[in-house]
Design a protein around this ligand. Structure first.
Ligand SMILES: NC(=O)c1ccc[n+]([C@@H]2O[C@H](COP(=O)([O-])OP(=O)(O)OC[C@H]3O[C@@H](n4cnc5c(N)ncnc54)[C@H](O)[C@@H]3O)[C@@H](O)[C@H]2O)c1
Length: 425
C-alpha cells in the first residue's frame, strides 16, 4: 500500500469493481498495457498526474504502472473525484484526491503530486503544469515533458509557449483527431446530457435547449440534445461556426434572446462570464444552467448571488457524488434559477464522465504520447507539440480492429494518382 490521502479506504472494493468494469471496455488501452508489461518502458520513471479521478483514469494509471512507472495522482478538479475509485487506486499509486476539496486542498494535492518529483506530467486543464512553473520551479529539471488532455489546457500552454515561459515539451493530446473528434464531440455530447438527466430527473424531449459555443464539444451537445427530442438553439461568437450551426439546422441567436425561451442553457466555450447578470435577469422561470467547459467560470455565479434573495441546495445523491447536485436560486420576483454542479463540468460532477469506449481512445493517446515523450527525452525543445500522425492513425487502426471493421486501401495506381503523376491523363 502506498502513502495516499483519500476520503475513505474502506470504499476500495466498490472502486475496484468500477475499474474492472471500465477495463472490460477499454481494449486498446489493454493492448498497450500488455505491451508495456513486457517492455517496461517506464521502469524507474515517475509519472505525476492531474486528471478527473474516476474509473477510466484508474485504467490509465494501471497501464503506466504495468510499464514500470511509479505514479502520483490527484484530480484536475476539486469536485470530480470518485472516492471509491480513489480508494481502490491506492493499491497502485500515491493518490491525493477526494470529492469536495476546498480551493486550498485542491492546490495542496497538486503540490503533493509535484513533490513526488515526476519525470512526466499528465495534465487536464494545465493546473499541474502551471503550478509547477509558478510555485515549484526547483523541480523543473526532473521533468522530461508532459501531455495535456483538454482544449483549455492547450490554450493556456500555448500562451505560456508564446511568452517563452514553457520550460519543457508538452504533447497536446487534445489536438489528435482521435481525441477531439470523438472525446470532445460525442463524449461530451453524451455525458453532458447524462449529467443533466441524472441531476434533474427531467425529460429533454420537447424542451428548448440553448448551447453556447459550437466548437467540438458544443456540436456534440447540440447534436445529442436534438437526438433526444430537444429544440436546440446555438449561440456563438465565431461567424463561421454560427453559419455552420445554421446549416446544421439549428436556430442561431444571441444568448440574451435565447435565455428568454430556453428551459436549459449549456455552456462549452472555454471562455469566462458567458452567462452573466443580464442573462440571469432575462431567463425564463426555472431555467436550468449547466456548464460543460473546463473551468467553472463560464456561468458567472457571483452575478447570480448578487441578485438572488434566497438560495438552497437540492437533489442530494450518495455515492459516487455524496453531495447535492443542484443549487436553487430565487430572485426577488419569485423566479427560480437552477445551477447544476456548482457550474463545474456537469458531465463529471453530475454524471460519470465520458463513455468508457471514448476514454479508451483518449487514454490510449495519453499512454502512447507519454511513451513518445520518454523516447524523445532531450530531443524536443520546450514547446507544445501535436500528437505525431503515426500515433493518431495507429489508435484509429486499433479501434477499427477491436470493432472488427476492415477498410479499403489505396491501390498502387491510386497512390501514384494521389501523388500527382497521372492527374489529367
Ligand atoms: N466536459 C468535458 O468533458 C470536456 C471535454 C473536452 C473539452 N472540454 C472543455 O470544453 C471547452 C470547449 O472545448 P472545445 O473543444 O469545444 O473548444 P472549441 O475551441 O472547439 O470551441 C469553443 C467554441 O466556443 C465559442 N465561444 C467562445 N466564446 C463564446 C461566447 N462568449 N459565446 C458563445 N460561444 C463562444 C468559440 O467561438 C468556439 O467555437 C473547453 O474548456 C474544453 O477544455 C470539456
Amino acid at each position: 500500500m502506498k502513502k495516499s490521502i483519500v476520503k475513505d479506504l474502506s470504499l476500495a472494493d466498490k472502486g475496484k469493481l468500477k475499474i474492472e468494469w471500465a477495463e472490460n471496455f477499454m481494449p486498446i488501452l489493454e493492448a498497450i498495457k500488455r505491451r508495456f508489461e513486457m517492455e517496461r518502458p517506464f521502469k524507474g520513471v515517475k509519472v505525476g498526474m492531474a486528471l478527473h479521478l474516476e474509473a477510466k483514469t484508474a485504467a490509465l494509471v494501471k497501464t503506466f504502472v504495468s510499464g514500470g512507472a511509479q505514479v502520483a495522482i490527484t484530480s484536475c478538479n476539486p469536485e470530480t473525484t470518485q472516492d471509491d475509485v480513489a480508494a481502490a487506486l491506492t493499491e497502485y499509486a500515491n493518490v491525493y484526491a477526494w470529492r469536495g476539496e476546498t480551493e486550498d486542498e485542491y492546490y495542496e494535492n497538486i503540490e503533493r503530486v509535484l513533490d513526488y518529483e515526476p519525470n512526466i506530467v499528465i495534465d487536464d486543464g494545465a493546473d499541474l503544469i502551471v503550478h509547477l512553473h509558478k510555485r515549484k520551479e526547483e523541480l523543473m529539471n526532473n521533468v522530461y515533458g508532459g501531455c495535456e488532455e483538454t482544449t483549455t489546457g492547450v490554450t493556456r500552454l500555448r500562451n505560456m509557449e508564446r511568452e517563452g515561459k514553457l520550460m519543457f515539451p508538452v504533447i497536446a493530446v487534445n489536438e489528435a483527431k482521435m481525441k477531439y473528434m470523438f472525446d470532445n464531440r460525442y463524449g461530451t455530447g453524451e455525458s453532458t446530457l447524462f449529467g443533466l438527466l441524472n441531476a434533474t430527473n427531467l425529460t429533454l424531449a420537447g424542451k428548448t435547449v440553448a448551447v453556447a459555443g459550437y466548437g467540438w464539444c458544443g456540436r456534440g451537445i447540440a447534436l445529442r440534445a436534438r437526438g433526444m427530442g430537444s429544440k436546440v438553439i446555438v449561440c456563438e461568437v465565431d461567424p463561421v461556426k454560427a453559419v455552420e450551426a445554421h446549416m446544421d439546422g439549428f436556430r442561431v441567436m444571441k444568448l440574451i434572446e435565447a435565455v428568454k425561451e430556453a428551459d436549459i442553457v449549456i455552456t462549452s466555450t472555454g471562455i469566462t462570464k458567458v452567462v452573466r447578470g443580464e442573462h440571469f435577469r432575462a431567463a425564463k422561470d426555472k431555467c436550468i444552467f449547466a456548464n460543460a467547459g473546463h473551468f467553472n467560470v463560464e456561468i458567472w455565479i457571483p452575478d447570480l448571488e448578487k441578485i438572488a434573495v434566497d438560495k438552497k441546495k437540492t437533489r442530494y445523491f450518495g455515492l459516487p457524488y455524496n453531495q447535492y447536485l443542484v443549487e436553487e436560486y430565487t430572485l426577488n420576483d419569485k423566479r427560480k434559477i437552477f445551477i447544476l454542479g456548482k457550474g463545474r463540468l456537469v458531465n463529471l460532477v453530475c454524471g460519470q464522465g465520458h463513455a468508457t469506449e471514448v476514454m479508451d481512445l483518449s487514454f490510449s493517446l495519453q499512454a502512447k504520447s507519454a511513451e513518445y515523450i520518454l523516447k524523445k527525452r532531450g530531443a524536443l525543445k520546450p514547446g507544445v507539440y501535436t500528437v505525431p500522425e503515426e500515433i493518431d492513425r495507429e489508435v484509429a487502426r486499433l479501434k477499427l480492429k477491436t470493432l472488427k471493421i476492415s477498410i479499403d486501401e489505396l491501390t498502387e495506381e491510386q497512390l501514384r494518382y494521389r501523388e500527382g503523376y497521372l492527374q489529367g491523363t
